[in-house]
Design a protein around this ligand. Structure first.
Ligand code: XIL
Length: 604
């Protein structure tokens, strides 16, 4: 099986080392700066600059510059970039402090403009000081992988000054400490998550900087409970405006446990709307607030339902728009929630950007364009996502899906190229092949497994199979699910349920006929059937997949009426109540069903 020990850094080239003497303010800066090429292809490369503190006092803020003869930076991450050759990159606040012996890195993508990869000298006060003999021997190994690099960053920030009482940040109803040294975004200071003043001030009224209580932690917990009660009241006023959707749902205190995520050793996840989408979880309204309460209480991982798809992140070649996804990922991480990336490559027309749909080129040029996309996105989020759906929906029952722009131009090769590129860009993320209608086994599942077996044999980096699980109460059988799970396990790959939802009707069953014969009310009977079904799916997962191969279980949506199924499977004709929470943001019987399975209780 593929070994994740092969890291980008291990195979990447160290191209340059800039050393100069200097100082920032009164504090001597003793660091060195390395220019690294982390991936190199015909027309471009991704690079990183690593700044290591080789002195014995903390570096507090940094800024470095470099200049190319011919190369050109097209985007950068984990830094504020200014200028266009020479370029100047400075810290984001949260990564400004570098403790002695530690390093920070930021990344960028480069267009080679028809030339070679260049090796520019990196200059700046922070690159001053250290002679090569003073550089700690551990500095390169301490940043051998991107996740190690980010843990070095957070530990380096942990000893920054404590936010003092008085002012705090009201972030959508929850109080957080205001960062003292972080200038923008979220930070981590004094072992606490904090919000930079500028970021906090940019929140709409009534949020923003407020006068908090005596200590940060006591005001955080009191604000959480007061915001919870405000969610209940604002949600119930909203519910009267929203039809009958949730009338027969269980109230929240009916659950026999506090939190779904705490019942599992693996990620219990949920798909969320964000960015400019309707019902974005970051909106400052009752719907945003209600969802955030549910997510932070019950889920340990999120998937962006849409905004990390290709057209959202890469709408013009080489021009990535990460702002909305960054805001979502930052929110998740600052709330101790992981992120599953969805999806690097998906043929679905609405989300393949025009530049790619209209791209004319040879197979090699297509591969290059695909790699640019996968590497640009995966390296941007490296160290911040747990896993990726690398390729989504590449098979049909007859074999490879041929109505895909990727298949049309690269044949089946595009799938392995995407996995190879994703692994180069983020060697630590788990990489999944994801598809629907594999839960019932053959023949689509067999096609995907033949590919997975081939990948394993040839060391193409794949970590797991993602089963979407858009299933029904009566389809497919749990025994079929058990069989497919165990086949993946036998191959040594992880199993992830990536998009679980269960409507009360099955539009493909013989009995269903809208509007004459269908379940039109969320009756106790419908809720009970759904509860047992959710429970028995999670039970099958736990029975068949050993702990080390459990990639997690994700539900596709937070609250019932926001489910994609209503519009896309049921033509917006009626409610289906397919999720775990109702429109009042209260848990429903299926939430108890999932909890029962996680607690090892019978499904009933
Ligand atoms: C869906 C989203 O939920 C909808 O909002 C969007 O309109 C269409 O895509 N399988 C997938 C997901 O892999 O990306 C799809 O998400 C649902 C089916």
């Amino acid at each position: 099986m593929f070994s994740k020990k092969i890291t980008t850094w291990g195979t990447g080239a160290l191209l340059g080392l800039g050393l100069a003497m200097g100082s920032v303010g009164v504090q001597a800066q003793t660091g060195n700066c390395e220019y690294l090429v982390t991936n190199d292809w015909n027309s471009g490369l991704t690079g990183a600059i690593r700044i290591s503190n080789t002195g014995d006092s903390a570096i507090d803020g940094w800024s470095v510059s470099w200049e190319y003869d011919n190369n050109q930076v097209t985007n950068a991450w984990n830094t504020q970039l200014s200028g266009s050759n020479p370029y100047t990159a400075s810290d984001m606040g949260w990564n400004g402090t570098i403790q002695p012996g530690q390093s920070v890195e930021f990344g960028f993508q480069v267009n080679k403009n028809g030339g070679e990869a260049e090796a520019p000298e990196v200059t700046g006060d922070v690159c001053a000081g250290g002679t090569s003999s003073s550089a700690p021997a551990s500095s390169s190994s301490s940043v051998a992988t991107s996740s190690e690099a980010s843990s070095a960053v957070s530990s380096s920030l942990a000893s920054s000054s404590v936010p003092s009482g008085g002012e705090q940040c009201d972030w959508y109803g929850t109080l957080y400490p205001l960062c003292q040294t972080t200038e923008s975004g979220w930070g981590w200071e004094s072992n606490e998550s904090c919000v930079a003043r500028s970021t906090c001030e940019s929140q709409p009224a009534p949020y923003g900087v407020v006068n908090g209580g005596s200590s940060a932690s006591s005001s955080v917990s009191s604000s959480v409970s007061s915001s919870q009660s405000s969610v209940q009241s604002s949600a119930s006023s909203e519910s009267s405006a929203q039809s009958s959707a949730s009338s027969s749902s269980a109230p929240s205190d009916d659950l026999t446990f506090e939190s779904l995520r705490n019942l599992a050793e693996f990620p219990v996840g949920v798909a969320v709307p964000a960015g400019n989408e309707t019902n974005s979880i970051l909106d400052d309204d009752p719907t945003g607030e209600g969802q955030r309460e549910i997510i932070t209480q019950h889920f340990g991982q999120i998937t962006a339902g849409n905004i990390m798809k290709m057209s959202y992140l890469h709408n013009q070649r080489g021009n990535f728009t990460f702002g909305n996804a960054d805001a979502l990922v930052d929110w998740a991480l600052s709330n101790n929630i992981g992120v599953h990336g969805h999806a690097l490559v998906w043929h679905s027309e609405y989300q393949v950007p025009d530049w790619m749909n209209n791209f004319q080129g040879t197979e090699e040029e297509w591969v290059e364009a695909l790699r640019e996309h996968v590497i640009g996105v995966a390296s941007h989020f490296a160290g911040r996502v747990d896993s990726w759906d690398v390729v989504n929906e590449a098979f049909v029952d007859e074999g490879y899906r041929t109505d895909s722009i990727f298949y049309e131009n690269m044949g089946e090769r595009y799938i392995e190229e995407a996995f190879i590129a994703a692994n180069e860009a983020d060697p630590d993320a788990d990489l999944y092949y994801n598809d629907f209608s594999m839960e019932n086994g053959q023949p689509k599942f067999d096609n995907a497994m033949a590919m997975a077996r081939d990948f394993v044999e040839r060391d193409i980096p794949i970590d797991g199979i993602g089963f979407q699980f858009h299933v029904f109460v009566d389809w497919p059988s749990t025994s079929a699910m058990r069989e497919v799970f165990s086949e993946v396990v036998d191959l040594g790959l992880k199993v992830k349920i990536t998009e679980l939802d269960i409507p009360v009707n099955n539009p493909y069953s013989d009995n269903y006929s809208y509007p004459d014969n269908y379940i039109s009310e969320y009756t106790d009977e419908a809720a009970q059937a759904q509860k047992e079904r959710y429970c028995s799916i999670v039970e099958a997962y736990l029975d068949e997949v050993p702990p080390e191969l459990r990639g997690g279980v994700t539900v596709w949506g937070v609250f019932d009426s926001d489910s994609w199924l209503i519009e896309q499977t049921f033509d917006n004709n009626h409610d289906e109540w397919p999720l775990l929470f109702n429109d009042n943001f209260e848990p429903k019987p299926p939430a108890q069903g999932v909890g029962d399975a996680l607690m090892g209780l019978p499904c009933q």
